[in-house]
Design a binder for this molecule. Sequence first.
Ligand code: CMP
Length: 137
Amino acid sequence: MSQRTLVLLKPDAVRRSLVGEIVGRIEKKADWRIVALELRTLDRATLEQHYAEHVGKPFYEPLVEFMASGPVVALVAEGERVIEGVRRLAGPTDPIAAEPGSIRGDFGTITRENLIHASDSEESAERELKIFFPGLV
Ligand code: CMP
């Protein structure tokens, strides 16, 4: 089943020059394609929309501040079961708990700066793609 997912390479990934490494892992999966990609500094309004489900949580404010602290790479990946697949490549939220071999397991240490966001379901993908790439057909 071909799907699309929204991926953000967070400011830590860009600052640490890990964009090529991370995009490469997505690109190398058979038959997946990058169909949009842009370096972008996110404003607060976009982040508030994106992280609406986390409003009020203790990590919310530092998360928004971190996500606005430098450019991110926003991209859309397309292909067979890409929503689940990119989540598997990323590993779980806590990089110390993430398996070595996953992006967070290989490169991350602290939970907030966990390098990558990827939509977690078809519903989230649809919602997030509209926020970040409203014109994509
Ligand atoms: P992600 O799963 O992409 O989206 C929510 C983000 O909030 C998560 O990645 C982390 O960057 C951050 N986050 C989630 N839980 C915590 C936490 N307990 N402490 C700090 N940051 C968190």
